[in-house]
Design a protein around this ligand. Structure first.
Ligand code: SF4
Length: 249
């Protein structure tokens, strides 16, 4: 069976989690579900780590790490390092932790991944990329088989690529617009709402950049990070942005 090629922006390969140096760790404030495959591995672990895993994962309503009263992951050390990685290696992470801050869009003939703005280090890579969004093959996924895309899908990707090509300027604001197109337009594959998604890109861009004087990259990174955390991971807020509801921040 032929494998599916995974494409992504060329900066993906340069991404490294800054771990203890991160100012807004994704291991704080997020409830992380543990996928069934990882859960099986965790249940088979013994020793101190296995005992802590069984104590710090609740199975209701679905397996997830029990956050502390400060909403920290129970495996986040005082130095903001991951105890699971320290003791068992990165391969021991559950799917969500291993994936973050990456997102995936599934086309019939290819998978596209990207880094999300919710991570400050990813936001820095995205917004400081010195050239327009450039997709490169990153890997093969043997678990997926490519299929022939429909005419609608071909048209959607052409439109997406044209919108990306239309972002002619250079600089972080242009990189931000490209990210929003790349991340959000492909979802029309699932719901067919192409026009609404183009408007979502405009509204999101405006929300992030309104009042920004164009001089401080750090300000733009922080605005983009907050927007992503508050809106891109909240179905209700995303829907309001799609349908033109009130500003949410
Ligand atoms: S937000 Fe990004 S840099 Fe910070 S801990 Fe998470 S993955 Fe690492």
């Amino acid at each position: 069976m032929p494998a599916m090629t995974v494409f992504g922006p060329d900066y993906c390969a340069a991404f490294r989690c800054t771990a203890g140096a991160c100012r807004h760790s994704c291991c704080v404030g997020w409830e992380i579900d543990v996928d069934p495959e990882t859960m099986e591995r965790y249940q088979a672990m013994d020793g101190a780590l296995g005992e802590k895993l069984s104590r710090c994962i609740s199975s209701e309503p679905t397996p997830h790490f029990i956050l502390s009263s400060q909403e920290r992951c129970p495996f986040l050390t005082d130095q903001n390092l991951c105890e699971i990685i320290l003791q068992a290696g990165e391969g021991a992470l559950c799917q969500i932790c291993a994936d973050h801050p990456r997102f995936r869009n599934y086309w019939s003939d290819r998978i596209e991944i990207g880094l999300g703005l919710a991570c400050e280090e990813a936001a820095r890579l995205i917004l400081t990329s010195p050239h327009p969004l450039h997709l490169v093959p990153l890997s093969q996924d043997p678990s997926e088989e490519p299929e022939i895309p429909s005419q609608e899908e071909i048209a959607l990707r052409r439109l997406r690529d044209q919108l990306l090509a239309d972002v002619a300027e250079s600089g972080p604001a242009a990189r931000l617009r490209e990210y929003l197109i790349y991340r959000h337009l492909a979802d029309a594959l699932y719901d067919g709402r192409i026009e609404a998604r183009i408007r979502l890109v405009d509204r999101a861009f405006t929300q992030i950049t309104v009042g920004w004087d164009g001089s401080s990259l750090e300000t733009l990174i922080e605005r983009a990070r907050v927007f992503s955390n508050e809106v891109e991971y909240d179905d209700e807020k995303l829907e309001q942005l799609l349908t033109g509801g009130q500003q949410l921040r």
